[in-house]
Design a protein around this ligand. Structure first.
Ligand SMILES: [Zn+2]
Length: 521
């Protein structure tokens, strides 16, 4: 029978486990000293050995020779546990058994003595997927488990677990496996399989696996389909590249086409497929870096030697963006990465970034609008209709700019007013102006920018910004007729968003149009 490498070379003892020695050592000691906890929580990204470790622990507890830190691997218990087919070691997928009924059944079942082993062991994978009622039901059993029961939970997302559950488990954090460890393991397998390896091939697999042994072994399996005798670098790159490149190319195309919904769905699917959020942000950044370099260099330049996309795609996509847009996109991704690493809501930070990235058209037009306004373009002259949303880099010279007119009110306040009006005009087809003209209800100088909610900004959004900025300060700025742009930039600082200098006004614009112009995509 053909076995994939991940199964064929699955570790069967604590000493075989790669990259998680800190966990293996502690569990070995616990087994030896007869101090095995009744519930463990294994945390770590996919493919780093959580399930293998759970099976080894189960075998250590239930081996005929055991409990022993070195399960024999030959007895009935060991062999059945190793393939996930033992009556007393229940492997449960938390994602598909997440409800209260399943947990109730588990509780009933747990009371019954094991069929043929010392312990009844429940291994619940992706335990964070359980519903909160299910967790509550589980909690009772966790508090007072029958002596013959052990729980092993695993999760890729421990943040989502209730503290009450976490506090009742002994927790282990599984590391990403280093490239060197992965390469060494792949080398051992290749020599057992009598596969020659071309220089750089295993290194490329290890790099792409980003710490997950299962992914690395999966890639090796696929490469073996090309050849039974040698692992070649170009085959590795073909295997690794195809799926990833396609996703990134599609994502960048969606962003360029302002298809926000599509881009969000793609991001969602990528994360569902198990790709780590930070990894994906890195990949997208690397991809955009290549696109940016392709604007300045020929696609056969050595700077693009390791490019993710092929030359044609790079050239084609580099024409979709200006260098400024690409720099801005990279900046947005960098911010998203920082936030995702620090926050518990990493996915939200990424989704916000995707929304921003898919609205570059709006950003550039604001810059152009401001440029035009600086030159004194009359308010009524709306050069930026919705039909005019091409991604052209050259600022279109406006009539006013060409004539070099200067308008009496060329100050910041008027510029903002003009800008907001344009934004309203542009979104008319979708939402229409958000507020009636301010002059109608607020006479006098304050009419230009009402001191309550400024024109063109949804009251809700404005309130959010006020709240975030401690209310009074930003409101005060606006009252003092500080240009609204400045005020919003400060609000962004309060949100800990640091827009690129180059595109300050673009960043600010996000706040002005969040309601309305989006429904078109
Ligand atoms: Zn055994």
């Amino acid at each position: 029978m053909y076995l994939v490498f991940a199964r064929k070379y699955r570790p069967h003892t604590f000493d075989d486990v790669i990259g998680q020695q800190h966990v293996a050592r502690t569990l070995k000691n616990a087994v030896r000293q007869g101090r095995v906890a009744h519930a463990y929580l294994f945390c770590g990204s996919r493919g780093v050995g959580k399930t293998s470790m759970a099976r080894i622990l189960a075998a250590a507890l239930n081996c005929e020779d055991g409990p022993t830190e070195t399960p024999c691997g030959r007895c009935d218990h060991c062999r059945r546990i190793a393939v996930g087919d033992d009556l007393d070691v229940m492997e449960i997928d938390g994602a598909s058994n997440r409800g209260i009924d399943e947990v109730r059944e588990l509780r009933q079942n747990a009371k019954i003595s094991p069929a043929h082993s010392r312990f009844k062991i429940y291994y619940i994978d992706e335990v964070h997927m359980l519903t909160s009622q299910a967790f509550n039901a589980l909690l009772k059993t966790l508090e007072e488990p029958p002596p013959h029961v052990k729980f092993i939970f695993s999760t890729t997302d421990p943040q989502q677990l209730p503290d009450t559950v976490k506090s009742r488990c002994q927790r282990f954090d599984f590391r990403r496996i280093s490239d060197a460890e992965i390469i060494k393991h792949l080398q051992q397998i290749c020599s057992k399989e009598e596969l020659a390896t071309e220089k750089g091939a295993l290194e490329a697999i290890a790099r792409a696996a980003r710490g997950g042994m299962r992914d690395a072994l999966g890639a090796l399996d696929q490469v073996r389909a090309f050849s039974d005798s040698e692992v070649k670098l170009d085959q590795v790159l073909t295997v690794l590249g195809a799926a990833r490149t396609r996703t990134l190319t599609d994502m960048v195309a969606a962003l360029a086409g302002s298809k926000t919904g599509n881009a969000l769905k793609m991001a969602h699917n990528v994360l569902l497929s198990g790709i780590d959020l930070l990894d994906f942000i890195d990949q997208l950044s690397e991809y955009l870096r290549d696109v940016l370099v392709a604007k300045y260099c020929r696609t056969d330049d050595e700077l693009l030697a390791g490019a993710i996309a092929d030359a044609d795609t790079l050239r084609r996509q580099s024409e979709l963006f200006t260098p400024e847009q690409l720099l801005y996109m990279l900046q947005i991704l960098r911010e998203a990465r920082l936030r995702a690493r620090r926050d518990t809501t990493g996915k939200l930070a990424f989704e916000l970034a995707i929304i921003k990235l898919s609205r570059l058209d709006d950003l550039v037009h604001i810059q152009q609008t401001l440029d035009a306004d600086t030159a004194g373009e009359p308010v009524e002259n709306n050069n930026y209709s919705t039909e005019d949303r091409g991604r052209k880099t050259e600022a279109k010279p406006t009539q006013a700019a060409q004539k070099g007119e200067t308008k009496e009110g060329g100050n910041g306040k008027d510029r903002i007013k003009n800008m907001v009006r344009r934004l309203q005009d542009r979104s008319k087809g979708n939402a229409g102006p958000q507020t009636p003209p301010a002059t109608a209800s607020h006479p006098g100088p304050a009419a230009d920018i009402p001191d309550d909610v400024p024109e063109g900004i949804s009251p809700e959004k404005f309130r959010q910004i006020q709240d975030a900025a401690g209310g009074a300060e930003i409101a005060g700025e606006i009252e003092k007729n500080t240009p609204l742009l400045e005020a919003f930039i400060r609000a962004d600082e309060q949100f800990d968003l640091r827009p690129v200098k180059l595109q300050k006004s673009q960043e600010t614009k996000q706040d002005n149009t969040d309601q309305g112009s989006e429904s078109g995509s």
